[in-house]
Design a protein around this ligand. Structure first.
Ligand code: KG4
Ligand code: ZN
Length: 339
């Protein structure tokens, strides 16, 4: 069969990434993570765009070198058009346009949220299970929290999303209140594994339908910690495992309740999870339980295709290439860009 080589470029937030795919297989997936944001406890947009500017050329070179592909062999260039931080998107968009123009090959604009979902179609020697249509996708990361009905590759409908903070932000902000460094999600997970999830109770938000809200949880954790440390200044240090386990349990309850509701409402039991929070060990356990108790089929891509990466942009680019869905040189980055 014909071999199509797609260069994918991702620069929507704080990771500069480039990947080369041969059809549905990933030949390389290079990610330059920006450590500069750690000291600020969150992503600083101005610093992110400057770092993309520095990283983009070396990252693309590395991706081509690792794939052992000459740029003249590329079939098309796929890039993230949005949603994301405007200054960050502009770097990848401008670079992709220039390179496509220089090589005289097609340019393919990709929606970052669609790409998180279509990452499930990357072909992988170890794991070649893929969800079948229609399926429900839950994308959970530091930037997004969505439940999407996926009827076909490019026929998707958002059933619910967060009204305020993303779920990863809920992890990170809770971690910050406990004095853990950014990004705190993985540390909460680590402590939670040694803690008692029933030790403390936090209220769950009352949100209609399939939408989410996490800002109230952060506030109730703040008040709880203030109250307890007034009584015992060492409260957090002495109870960190139990606090993390209880916080994580509350967040996972919120996610699983909505997922279950989505399954009830749609009658669909194919569930595809993506985004950085899919790395959480607790959610993996919960999904396994749901497979057994509710008869769900769940899918989680390899970790490197869950967090922000260019391989997911590449696979989306390939699927669009097959349909001839190309962009012209007037395409522009969009900070807000619906599925
Ligand atoms: O997808 P991602 O790398 O970047 C975007 O935000 O788009 O997701 C990063 C988020 C952070 O909020 C991080 O704390 C969270 O995913 N995260 C986790 C875990 N690993 C990463 N949250 C909970 N448990 C984890 N093991
Ligand atoms: Zn993302």
């Amino acid at each position: 069969s014909r071999k199509t080589y797609i260069l994918g470029i991702e620069s929507s937030c704080d990771d500069t990434s480039a990947a080369v795919l041969c059809n549905k297989k990933v030949l390389s997936n290079v990610v330059a993570t920006q450590d500069i944001h750690r000291q600020y406890g969150g992503v600083v947009p101005e610093l992110a765009s400057r770092a993309h500017q520095q990283n983009i050329v070396p990252v693309v070179h590395q991706a081509l070198a690792k794939a052992n592909i000459d740029k003249k062999d590329l079939s098309a260039i796929a890039f993230t058009k949005g949603p994301g931080l405007m200054g960050s998107l502009l770097v990848g968009t401008s670079f992709a346009k220039s390179l496509a123009l220089g090589l005289d090959i097609p340019l393919i604009a990709v929606n970052h949220m669609e790409a998180h979902i279509l990452a499930h179609f990357i072909e992988d020697d170890e794991n070649n299970r893929e969800p079948s249509f229609p399926f429900l996708a839950m994308t959970i990361s530091g930037g997004h929290t969505q439940i999407v009905l996926v009827k076909d590759f490019f026929d998707m409908e958002i059933l619910g999303e967060t009204l305020d903070d993303a779920v990863g932000e809920a992890f990170d902000k809770s971690a910050k209140l406990m004095g853990l460094p950014y990004p705190g999600g993985p540390l909460v997970d680590k402590h939670a594994q040694q803690g008692n999830s029933a030790a403390f109770n936090f209220p769950k938000p009352k949100v209609e339908g399939l939408n989410f809200s996490f800002s109230g949880l952060k506030t109730s954790i703040l008040y709880f910690l203030q109250r307890e440390t007034k009584k015992n200044p060492d409260f957090v240090a002495e109870n960190i495992d139990d606090i993390c386990a209880s916080v994580q349990n509350t967040i996972l309850d919120i996610l699983m309740d909505k997922l279950q509701l989505a399954v009830q409402q749609t009658g669909i039991n194919e569930i595809a999870i993506g985004g950085g929070v899919a790395a959480n060990s607790g959610i993996r356990t919960r999904l396994k339980e749901a497979e057994e108790q509710l008869g769900l089929h769940t899918y989680i891509p390899k970790f490197q295709y869950c967090t922000d990466n260019a391989a997911m942009i590449g696979i989306t680019g390939y699927l669009k290439y097959r349909k001839g869905q190309f962009s012209n040189q007037s395409v522009a980055a969009k900070a807000r860009f619906a599925i």
